[in-house]
Design a protein around this ligand. Structure first.
Ligand SMILES: [Zn+2]
Length: 140
């Protein structure tokens, strides 16, 4: 019943791009940012230049309240790269604003992860200017 924690420094890190930089800047500021399409009124994630639903280039950044629920999950016991600490719980979260994000669950146990679990976003600086978004069980 080990409580899952964030990954340590030394793991392969994401490389922010021109389109994803606002998202990563949000993580560093403790904010979960997503895009909203002004043409079709839908939440969009991953960061993109145009809406994945209607192709309009009317995307504006918004800040999520950071609360949602687990849509799907799995547990990794044998990581693909040796720098990762296993086990870790990979989850797809549907946030209350309507977008989904692939992330890891921490602050809970492997046994606790389930579809529908309410979660909240949390952030951890992993070094090299990158702060990673995670979710943890919403205990409020
Ligand atoms: Zn759209």
């Amino acid at each position: 019943m080990t409580v899952l924690g964030p990954q340590r420094a030394g793991i392969p890190l994401p490389q922010p791009t021109a389109v994803s930089r606002p998202f990563w800047e949000g993580c560093a500021a403790g904010e979960l940012r997503y895009q909203h399409c002004g043409a079709c009124d839908r939440a969009v994630f991953d960061p993109a230049w145009a809406c994945r639903y209607c192709d309009a280039d009317a995307l504006q950044w918004r800040t999520s309240a950071g609360r949602g629920e687990v849509y799907s999950h799995t547990v990794v016991w044998r990581p693909q790269a040796p720098q990762f600490t296993a086990p870790y719980a990979v989850v797809i979260v549907t946030f209350d604003e309507g977008f989904q994000m692939l992330t890891n669950l921490i602050g809970g146990t492997v046994e606790e992860v389930r579809v529908g679990l309410r979660v909240q976003a949390t952030f951890h600086d992993v070094g090299d200017g990158i702060t990673l978004p995670y979710v943890e069980p919403d205990r409020s």
